[in-house]
Design a binder for this molecule. Structure first.
Ligand SMILES: [Zn+2]
Length: 193
């Protein structure tokens, strides 16, 4: 992040050990919209007044538990949306990267990779397909990509599968892309940050 910030700014939010709401609820039936969801810093309503967005755990980087009625939690998606809007309001051009391969050797060093998901892989894993207002680049989530100028050789476009969850990595990144696609201004996407 330090390296990225030297060349621009980022809209990353990070809550560490604090439990927060996230991008889906109700066993995946509810997806966080591109606007505020109404859970951020709002007391959790009594169970019988809870609609689908409340049927979710609150998660930190270490633990996951049921939210307590009456308690306030942050929603990382709302916080992130506000952060993006704030950057846009300052006149910045909003860009997103579909990998965290900042330097080519990060693949080896940190297991950095792509979060692109092809339609075939979405079906195989029971995940939502990545659909945007504009057409996706050819070969989305498949094969290898060569960066202009041949920088660092070429890279896998398929999101690596997490060894424990068996799901393609980058679920939060894919939600962020959908949310950006729903915003009222252009967002430019690149493979590498
Ligand atoms: Zn929210």
């Amino acid at each position: 992040m330090e390296e990225v910030r030297q060349n621009g700014s980022t809209a990353t939010v990070w809550f560490g050990d604090e439990p927060v709401f996230g991008h889906n609820a109700d066993r995946g039936a509810w997806l966080h919209p591109s606007s505020e969801c109404g859970r951020d810093d709002i007391p959790v309503p009594p169970e019988k007044e809870q609609d689908s967005k409340w049927r979710s755990t609150v998660d930190s980087r270490r633990a996951s538990h049921e939210p307590k009625v009456g308690k306030r939690y942050k929603c990382w998606c709302c916080r992130w949306l506000r952060e993006v809007q704030r950057h846009h309001a300052q006149g910045e051009v909003i860009c997103c990267a579909v990998s965290n391969i900042f330097n080519s050797d990060w693949v080896e060093l940190y297991g950095a990779g792509s979060s692109e998901l092809s339609d075939a892989d979405a079906e195989a894993h029971g995940l939502p397909k990545e659909v945007f207002r504009n057409e996706r680049p050819k070969g989305w989530g498949q094969g290898r990509i060569r960066i202009s100028g041949g920088f660092g050789g070429d890279f896998d476009r398929k999101a690596p599968v997490h060894p424990r969850t068996k799901k393609p990595l980058g679920v939060g990144c894919r939600w962020e892309r959908q949310a950006l696609d729903g915003m009222g201004f252009p967002v430019y996407a690149f493979f590498m940050p």
